[in-house]
Design a protein around this ligand. Structure first.
Ligand code: NDP
Length: 294
């Protein structure tokens, strides 16, 4: 292995330790405890696991968390009513609506209802709009791209003047990631399923962020020697040697990429742990905003 391993678990633990200290300080100095409310509609097992992990992290860091689980056939109106009541609840600083929502619910309508100052997922169009604009800053940055930026910063990877290629343009990862890197003075290219000669683009990049959802798609021969590789992808592939019958791999073929890259995140243990850490950071920030208004 030639590449520096970017240890997302260790960096996330560092970030969470800082949050835990800040929460304790807030309690000691202001007698105020941050609170996160989650809304889960339906019984998707992966979504339920993510929500459980979020509550467990809150507990560890001293953040209060409130769980709302609604049946899969809940109407859009009822979900919006719940979000509106959480907007009005002074005990709630952050509201997280677990995505995806059941098909009969308009995701945009629900996300637009979340109070801008409680939008800890950073998906409100005003927050995304501010992220896109020069000289403006969002109140909250979407957690996964925020985590990728912290991984780059804390691993000493220069974004200033770097050529960055983002593969993927989703609202939750690729697009905000591109906007963040552009704000950090990188020259950004966004690639997607219609991009011609994807490998040619990747080969030019000092920083590659892969957010595709396609196991091992980016291989070592596509990477510029010394490039930093941030692999957001989480893909299940069959593995009879694992007792679950599968293992998780990224969008980057780790074994070939690590021989060429300068730095690389593993999957698991790279971007994944950062996403939850940044949600906790955004919740603390929401509490700071609320406290400043008291
Ligand atoms: P989406 O499916 O919303 O987006 C995938 C993107 O990849 C699209 O923009 C699509 O292009 C592009 N794409 C698809 N096929 C190709 C191709 N052949 N060549 C180039 N680009 C392609 O996924 P998400 O952004 O939600 O997630 C991406 C991955 O990241 C998934 O594996 C997901 O599980 C993981 N993830 C991990 C998180 C974490 O915490 N680590 C958090 C969130 C996601 P087009 O727009 O043209 O369709």
């Amino acid at each position: 292995m030639t590449a520096q391993l970017i240890d997302g678990t260790a960096i996330a633990n560092q970030v969470k330790e800082e949050i835990k200290e800040a929460v304790a300080r807030m309690q000691a100095e202001h007698n105020y405890t941050p609170g996160l409310a989650t809304v889960l509609v339906g019984e998707d097992p992966a979504s339920a696991t993510y929500v459980r992990m979020k509550h467990r992290n809150c507990e560890k860091l001293g953040i209060r968390s409130i769980s709302h689980v609604l049946p899969a056939d809940t109407s859009q109106e009822e979900v919006i009513k719940l979000v509106a009541s959480l907007n009005a609840d002074p005990e709630v600083n952050g509201i997280l609506v677990q995505l995806p929502l059941p098909k009969h619910i308009d995701e945009e309508a629900v996300l637009n209802t979340i109070d801008l100052e409680k939008d800890v997922d950073g998906f409100h169009p005003v927050n995304i709009g501010r992220l896109a604009m020069k000289g403006r800053d969002p109140l909250f940055i979407p957690c996964t791209p925020y985590g990728c930026m912290v991984l780059l910063e804390r691993s000493g990877i220069q974004t200033n003047g770097a050529d960055a290629v983002i593969v993927g343009r989703s609202n939750i990862v690729g697009l905000p990631m591109a906007m963040l890197l552009q704000k950090a003075n990188a020259t950004v290219t966004i690639c997607h399923s219609r991009t011609k000669d994807l490998a040619d683009h990747i080969r030019q990049a000092d920083i590659v962020v892969a957010a595709i959802g396609w196991a091992n798609m980016i291989t070592g021969d596509m990477i510029k020697p010394g490039a930093a590789i941030i692999d957001v992808g989480i893909n299940r592939v069959d593995d009879p040697t694992d007792k679950r019958g599968y293992k998780l791999v990224g969008d980057v073929d780790f074994d070939s990429a690590k021989e060429v890259a300068g730095a690389i995140t593993p999957v698991p243990g790279g971007v994944g742990p950062m996403t939850i850490a940044m949600l906790m950071k955004n919740t603390l920030h929401a509490a700071e905003i609320a406290l400043a208004k008291k």
